[in-house]
Structures are given as C-alpha cells and as structure tokens.
Design a binder for this molecule. Structure first.
Ligand code: HSE
Length: 299
C-alpha cells in the first residue's frame, strides 16, 4: 500500500497561519506492517535522503506512533519506503506531508477509527498551525482556525483559470528561524489591512475573480519581516505587479515564492527567476497546479 501526499503553500497571501493550498507535487510513502510491535524499517529516496532520520525519531513514524498512543493501542511494526519529491525546508510543506503520511497510515491500520477533524487536530500538535497540514490532508484551498484545540476548517476549490508556479531558491530556511524574525505585536493598521485582504481573498476564490485576487493576495503580517531572509522577494513582488500577473507570496515560511497567474500568462514568468539569478541565487522553477485532492491511500 502507499500514501500519496501533496505539497502545500501555506500563508496564502494575507492568510498567515490560517490559509493554505495544495499543489500537484507529491511525496509517496510505501508501507507494510511487520511482525514485531514497535519495529521500524525505513528507506528514503529523493528529497532529504541524506538528512531525514531513519530511526524512531523520523517525523512520519512519530506521527504514526501518536495515533496509537492517542487511542491507547500497541504500535504495530512498520516498514516505510519514502519516495520524496517535495523539497525540504523550502516552504512547500515537506514536514506537513511527513506528518499527514504517518497519521493516515496509522488510521488505515486502525480501519479509519479517527475522523478527519481528529487527524487534523493531531497534525496541528506537530506543526503548531493548521495552514500546511489542512490542505495536505484535504486538498484544495483550506481556511482554518484553532478554536481552543478544535480545528475549524472550510475547503474551497481552486479557481479553474488559476495556475501557479513556485520559485524554489537553492538554500533552506527553517520555519523556526523564519518565525524568530516576526514581531510579537503588529499595528492596528496592519491588522486591519490583513483583515480586509483576507475578506477579499475568500470572495475572490469563491467568485473566481482573478483580478480581485491581485489586491487580495497582499500581506502585512509576515512578509515585510521575512523579506530580509529572502533576498529578491520584494523585487519579485514589484515585477509581478508590472507584469500584471495575479500575485506573489512567500510560500509558507519561505524561501520559496509562490506566483499566481492566469493560465495564459506563462511566458512572462522566467523574468522573475532572473531577479534571483542577478543576486547570485540559483533557483528552480516548479510549474505546479493547485490541486483539489488531498492525501490518499491506495494499492
Ligand atoms: N504558517 C507557518 C509559518 C507556515 O509561516 O510559520 C510554515 O510552517
């Protein structure tokens, strides 16, 4: 059996810590039960193969174990074979994918004892915020919030004419480091700015109004602070406006940059990568589509 988990772009525009979108780039985890309780055999190929833990500290295993601990059940031994395509520590939800994979495998062995909302709550214990794990689990664009431990979430289908592309710089940025640069308070004006943009963003997605999205993707809660860690981001944002694309945002905690555009505007996008190249930063362009489907298990 295998579980397939999509990449995600969290903090969608003004949706810091609460809105994310799944993308059609996937990690696969092939799994089978082994004979002895708590036994673990891991093989990893692709992204992170030299970095990720192959012992019981492996994040997917930790998430798998959490489900059995939560239900007070013994932990069946497991063999996990990872085929990783989501770049690590680049703001594309690789850790969310690892967590969701582990939770779903455990729930599969437990014959779906846990409901979607319980799985999400457990996933948030690992991540601290729902904006990556929710779209990784559910697919689509997911609005989410934490209500005293209960995760409230709503899924929206991505607009049909919306395409996305991600510029992935060749350096890593940890979420911990990217959270350290955030202030502990923000001004009333900046809070109001984001409330207005989030309201417009939700309407723009519902009505598929891609022109409204151009304004609705703006943010003042995290990007102004994180742009010091992501050289070229401000210039890319400016260029996106000049080229009349839909919008750009730091993907998750960065350093990847999500570009939203109408499906017919693809030819202009390579100019954006040049901005980073002129600063001596190598990057990769991933032409990814928003996807409406979340993580799933199949043969
Ligand atoms: N919302 C999170 C953050 C996403 O910006 O820190 C990264 O995990």
């Amino acid at each position: 059996m295998k579980v397939k988990i999509p990449a995600t772009s969290a903090n969608l525009g003004p949706g810091f810590d609460c809105i994310g979108m799944s993308l059609n780039l996937y990690n696969y985890i092939y799994f089978e039960q082994t004979d002895n309780y708590e036994e673990l055999i891991i093989d990893i190929t692709g992204e992170g193969q030299d970095l990720l833990a192959r012992d019981h500290n492996n994040l997917t295993y930790q998430a798998y174990k959490r489900v059995f601990d939560y239900l007070g059940e013994p932990i069946p031994g497991i063999k996990l074979n990872f085929e990783n395509n989501i770049p690590l520590a680049r703001g594309l939800g690789s850790s969310a994918a690892a967590v969701i994979g582990g939770l779903l495998i455990a729930n599969y062995f437990l014959k779906d004892k846990l409901e979607e909302k319980n799985l999400l709550a457990l996933a948030v214990e690992f991540e601290g915020h729902p904006d990556n794990v929710a779209p990784a689990l559910l697919g689509g664009i997911v609005l989410s919030g934490n209500n005293e431990g209960e995760i409230i979430y709503k899924k929206i289908a991505p607009p049909r004419d919306l395409a996305s592309m991600v510029i992935v710089p060749n350096y890593q940025l940890s979420t911990v480091k990217a959270r350290e640069v955030l202030p502990t308070t923000v001004s009333y004006q900046d809070a109001l700015f984001n409330v207005s943009r989030v309201s417009l963003l939700v309407d723009a997605f519902h009505t598929e109004d891609l022109d409204l999205l151009k304004i609705a993707m703006e943010d003042k809660l995290h990007q102004p602070y994180r742009s010091s860690l992501i050289p070229g981001f401000k210039e890319i944002l400016q260029k996106v406006k000049e080229l009349d694309l839909v919008g750009a945002a730091v993907s998750g905690a960065g350093p990847s940059i999500l570009i939203l555009h109408k499906k017919d505007k693809l030819d202009k996008i390579e100019q954006l990568q040049e901005i980073l190249a002129n600063k001596g930063i190598e990057s990769q362009l991933l032409f990814l589509e928003p996807t409406g489907t979340g993580a799933c298990i199949s043969e």
